[in-house]
Design a protein around this ligand. Structure first.
Ligand code: 13P
Ligand code: SF4
Length: 280
């Protein structure tokens, strides 16, 4: 279950985490049937890492508009223009895009992954804000976002007005690296959803949490003594598509199974396994 899933779904999960944790746990599992409650690319990643197992997602139309920004053609064109560059594809992407990557990354490990590569130039997609974050952390590299303006509509909804409101409340700000650079620059902390749950947020403070609003419910549950503020409008519609009834039906009928072409899975697996090998 991803951290953005409704709390009643999260409560039923064996594993709740960020996209990196879900990928790593999916690779390590012994279970014959893996149910992913999240969005399509997360279920695809689990399937790619477990080609012999049955992987299902309880609804068929839980997508990620960010993932849809990056087409295989865009990667091929960018590679032609920059033949010496490495291709780093964010896991929020299609299986076909991952299949063309040298390595994948998540928001939790993007800086570490890019730093691990010998190439000076990196083609990075689809999130241009995450690309800008990596560029700021690694000024010695040239990060080229592919496409130039890929974004997550939930995270670009955070504005300077939200920063000002948080400051008026006296809270510190933690933002996801999918937020725009002007928000990242003003935040006290930039973290993936997993980074937020793993205690990147220090005790004793109140925090405005600039990511999908369900994250705040999870943080309140994990750290009952601390104060967290959400932005009520920050909702990922696709992350709310799975209901308890969908999950029950999915378990009873073992549907909807993730099916991907073998060749795509084999190439994408190499890129994901390289990421996991760099370390979590
Ligand atoms: P995390 O990798 O932090 O879980 O983020 C996934 C995501 O979809 C962010 O919008
Ligand atoms: Fe995709 Fe944004 Fe939803 Fe994350 S929050 S799954 S990036 S649309």
């Amino acid at each position: 279950m991803h951290n953005y899933q409704p709390m009643e779904i999260q409560a039923l999960g064996d594993v709740v985490g960020d996209s990196l944790q879900l990928a790593v746990e999916a690779k390590g599992t012994e279970a014959d049937l893996i149910v992913i409650c999240g969005v399509q690319f997360m279920a695809e990643t689990a399937k790619i890492l477990n080609p012999e197992r049955k992987v299902i997602i309880p609804v068929q139309d839980a997508g990620c508009p960010l993932a849809d920004f990056l087409t295989p053609e865009m990667i091929r064109e960018a590679k032609e223009r920059h033949p010496g560059a490495a291709v780093v594809v964010y896991v929020n992407s299609t299986a076909e895009a991952k299949a063309l990557a040298d390595i994948t990354c998540t928001s939790a490990n993007a800086v570490r992954i890019v730093a691990s590569l010998p190439n000076d130039t990196i083609l990075f997609g689809p999130d241009a804000n995450l690309a800008a974050y990596v560029q700021r952390e690694l000024p010695e590299k040239t990060i080229i976002p592919v496409p130039s303006g890929g974004y997550c509509y939930v995270h670009v909804g955070f504005t300077i007005a939200d920063v000002e409101e948080a400051r008026k409340r006296g809270s510190r700000i933690v933002c996801h690296p999918e937020c725009p650079p002007e928000i990242q620059e003003r935040a006290d902390l930039i973290a993936s959803t997993g980074g937020m749950t793993r205690g990147a947020i220090s005790e004793g403070d109140s925090w405005s949490v600039f990511t999908e609003r369900e994250m705040v419910c999870r943080l309140r549950m994990l750290y009952p003594g601390r104060i967290f503020y959400e932005k009520p409008e920050a909702v990922c519609v696709d992350m709310k598509k799975i209901s308890i009834a969908d999950l029950r039906r999915a378990l009873e009928r073992e549907e909807y199974e993730v099916i991907l072409p073998q060749g795509v899975m084999d190439r994408a697996r190499q890129a994901i396994e390289r990421m996991i090998a760099v370390g979590t």
